[in-house]
Design a protein around this ligand. Sequence first.
Ligand code: CUA
Length: 351
Amino acid sequence: MDRMVLFVMRGHRAKTSAAIGACRNLALVFVAMGPWPLDPRGPEAQEIVGLYWIMFVAAMIVLAIVAGAIIYAGIRFRDRPGHVAQQFHGHNMLELTWTVIPTVMVISFSVLSWNRLNFINDVDTNAAMTIRVQAQQWSWAFTYPDQPMFKLSDGTALQAGGQLDIPAGQKIKIELTSKDVIHSFWVPNLGGKKDAVPGHTTSLWIQANEPGTFRGQCYEFCGDGHADMLLTVVAHAQNDYATWAKSAIDDANRAIDPRTKVGRDTFLASACVGCHTVKGTSAAGKVGPELTHIASKPNIAGVLSPVNQENLTKWVSDAPSIKPGVVMPRFKGTLSDQQINDIVQWLLTLK
Ligand code: CUA
């Protein structure tokens, strides 16, 4: 073979493999960025992604044929010296073709979608448990089933915010509702999405094939904090799930000690929950530090030590005067001295 041709061919091959490499790297970047819908980790997501690829490829073939035909016709039949472009109306065969083919395609896709995805609507069959999810601007609260495994010392079922813990390999039914506006529950790697509608209960199910951590996102614009309305699903190996539940119950029992109910209720009803997480309660804010074990910490915000009643009261009352520029606002004035004291008494029990 001619040397020049060989050289050009090699260059071409190198470019192709470089392009494939770039695409693969781009895909890896997307995966690293977070939930990537085309990376299914559960049976529901697998079917959705499978169907997505079938439709995507079909759409690309249609695009290539239609765009190719337009370009070909534009070149072949254009008006040019020695050739006059013809105008014609009505061509039964052509019109029939471009009516019948799309009709058949749309019907096939509908049948195929129904066939492959209808099992997603069946939320009840073989569901291992039902977890209730309440959305609100801009967080998620999860209530675990009324079973001995999730029972707290006050008789209520375990609640959590922000993070949902499930056993891997099991179908988990999710019952969704909303406290304020419409939100949408979506954990791309595990399944489809569903709206959380105030005053209604909608349901879906999720399942993770293997243990892992999966990120989710509210999928319905719901106000200022929509983009930050994140959630995390942690799938535990089935034989580790009871251990996780035990430690979650322990944290929660500490957090609901009846002697500190007043302070806890005040905390949960105030702006505190918007920024802080206390495991075992509905408080799941991510702006400020987690407070689940605040009473065992060496200091408050790195500036006040030790963590005692006096310092906590100072901090909650007027943090900005102690640490200028801190995000935590002044609560003196917003909350009464009694309320601040109740909150502090509760925080002191979070060891
Ligand atoms: Cu909630 Cu968007």
